[in-house]
Write a protein that binds this ligand. Structure first.
Ligand SMILES: [Zn+2]
Length: 136
């Protein structure tokens, strides 16, 4: 699946992949301006991948037209990464990556994010004890 995107009648990009699982083309507006962006989740050789394309900056009163087509080639993506544990985590509840308990099962949980794992207060305490033992 592919989407051709036209701004004021001019093709600005084709976004998609032959083995699309999920594709989005979005327009976003902030105080600084507005832009168009696209990302796709797809399959390639059994791997689940995410591609995204460079943002297209929009000016006031720009007209965007999006046309679906099911064949052809996409514009070169700017980012490609394999969907792994870090990406899936965003959809899961917060858990301690060390003991796998969630925030209702531990005294306190330092939530993880895309860059670092979550850890609970009990695992932190355990680690501190282990480190203290090593120093003695
Ligand atoms: Zn823990």
């Amino acid at each position: 699946m592919l989407f051709d995107v036209f701004v004021n009648g001019t093709l600005v990009g084709s976004f998609g992949h032959p083995q699309t699982e999920h594709l989005s083309v979005s327009v976003s507006g902030t105080r600084e301006g507005s832009y168009l962006f696209s990302g796709v989740v797809c399959r390639e050789e059994g791997k689940q991948l995410h591609y995204s394309w460079p943002d297209v900056t929009l000016s006031e009163s720009d007209e965007v037209r999006i046309v679906r087509r099911d064949t052809g080639t996409a514009s070169p993506p700017s980012k490609r990464y394999e969907m792994g544990r870090a990406e899936r985590k965003a959809w899961e509840q917060n858990v301690c990556e060390f003991c796998q308990r969630n925030e209702t099962q531990v005294p306190s949980l330092i939530a993880g994010d895309r860059k670092r794992p979550g850890i609970c207060s009990e695992c932190v305490e355990l680690c501190v004890e282990i480190l203290k033992g090593k120093q003695e």
